[in-house]
Ligand binder design. Structure first.
Ligand code: PLP
Ligand code: COI
Length: 390
């Protein structure tokens, strides 16, 4: 069994004590998950409307370990700004990038409940990524319980109903055991941390962002790993992303690496084009794109309102020809952010709705967030109640 080098500090010594292996993976023991009774949604009194999207410390994160073929029951550990996890110097996560993450949100609802949005879809996506990278994934029950547990333990950090914010939940799975030859680890750590968030892009729905095509770099290779949420897909985007921002474009759009003809996706979100004339919702089809849970949800909502949805190759020329009256970026962090213009090679293609969100984006955004916040019926059973109505 791979051993971790443990460096304890006074703050977290209790939490880092080895957790005895008690249960098999399929019967993992769910430890007490009732929130401390004193915790109330929003009690941290942060400046909720202005929290933006950055890491803010909370009370605790949850840390499960897979050792000798079993997941342990997980431990709550302090999640202050100086929170650390002990990692073997030979960990496959560090050397070979054997690391996956997820992102989902918990919402405070009007009836006092707190709900996670589609956690089983995130569990399934992490499992797919784990299969591709030969990692041991938590099963659905463990994944969902870990997310619920971290929300309950940090209820006072959940932005209150009406503030526009959410508790962003970040599951992380990585190879924790040492290997020097290229092979998968036999030890895995699964962490779930949470942090309160607001708008990813300043202004949120109300302010369409300027996008530019990333010309010098590709995000994902054909037959590569663009469709899994591998940590290593994001490091190569740091440079293009930073350069785009420095040039005045908060969001970069990637094209297909093979022909550089088709739209793939934005750095951290899927591409949606709305064709006002035909009432179509169009999103790219490609094996190199991350299958967005938000996009899947929006497509279902669009279909329910009578729109035709198309998942198909989308040529950049369609944007240049003005085929879309609205373009938006969709994802957990960005929700549905309208794109006002897209720059490529000295040209700037302006969307019809470039100063305010277009009508379809506005409608879809409202219907999605109403379900997430419990203001509209959840016909598809997407929400998972973490704290029952009061
Ligand atoms: N595409 C990329 C590259 C992402 O990082 C994300 C964020 O998770 C998405 C799309 C949107 O996926 P989801 O809606 O599941 O958050
Ligand atoms: C998310 O939307 O949850 C993501 O994981 C994107 C992230 C890079 C902020």
């Amino acid at each position: 069994m791979a051993r971790l080098a443990v460096a304890t500090t006074a703050l977290c010594a209790h939490a880092l004590a080895p957790t005895p292996l008690r249960t098999r993976r399929t019967t993992v023991k769910m430890t007490a998950t009732v929130a401390p009774p004193s915790l109330e949604v929003g009690a941290q009194n942060l400046d909720w409307p202005n929290i933006g999207f950055e890491y803010r410390p909370t009370r605790s994160f949850v840390h499960y370990r897979y050792r000798d073929g079993e997941w342990d029951g997980g431990a709550l550990e302090p999640a202050g700004l100086d929170a650390t996890v002990p990692v073997s110097i030979g960990a496959t996560a560090l050397h070979y990038g054997q690391s996956l993450f997820e992102g989902l949100k918990a919402f405070a609802c009007k009836d006092g409940s707190v709900r996670l949005f589609r956690p089983t879809a995130n569990a399934a996506r992490m499992a797919r990524g784990a299969a591709r990278t030969l990692m041991e994934a938590p099963d659905e029950a463990l994944f969902v319980e870990a997310c619920a547990r971290v929300v309950r333990e940090n209820l006072d950090y959940v932005p209150p109903y009406g503030s526009g914010g959410a508790l962003y939940v970040r599951p992380l799975l990585y190879g924790a055991g040492p290997r020097i030859g290229l092979q998968p680890s036999d030890a895995y750590d699964f962490l779930v941390l949470a942090t309160p968030v607001g708008d990813y892009y300043k202004g949120g729905l109300g302010k369409p962002v300027k996008a530019c095509v990333v010309e010098e770099y590709d995000r994902a290779a054909p037959r590569g790993v663009g469709s899994v949420k591998l940590a290593g897909n994001y490091a190569p985007d740091l440079k293009p992303n930073t350069e785009a921002k420095q040039s005045g474009y908060p969001i970069g759009l990637y094209l297909d690496a093979g022909s550089r003809t088709y739209v793939e996706e934005f750095s951290t979100s899927n591409f949606v084009g709305i064709c006002g004339e035909t009432g179509k919702y169009v999103t790219p089809q490609s094996d190199a794109i991350l299958p967005s849970i938000t996009n899947d949800s929006l497509m279902k909502l669009a279909e329910r309102s009578g729109m035709t949805t198309e998942r198909r190759p989308v040529a950049f020329d369609e944007i240049a020809a003005g085929k879309f009256s609205e373009v938006a970026a969709c994802g957990t962090a960005v929700v549905l952010t309208p794109v006002g213009s897209i720059a490529r090679g000295g040209d700037e293609f302006q969307l019809q709705h470039h100063t305010e969100p277009g009508p379809t984006c506005l409608d879809l955004y409202t219907r999605l967030t109403d379900i997430q916040r419990g203001d509209a019926p959840d016909e598809d059973g997407w929400t998972h109640v973490v704290v029952p109505p009061s």
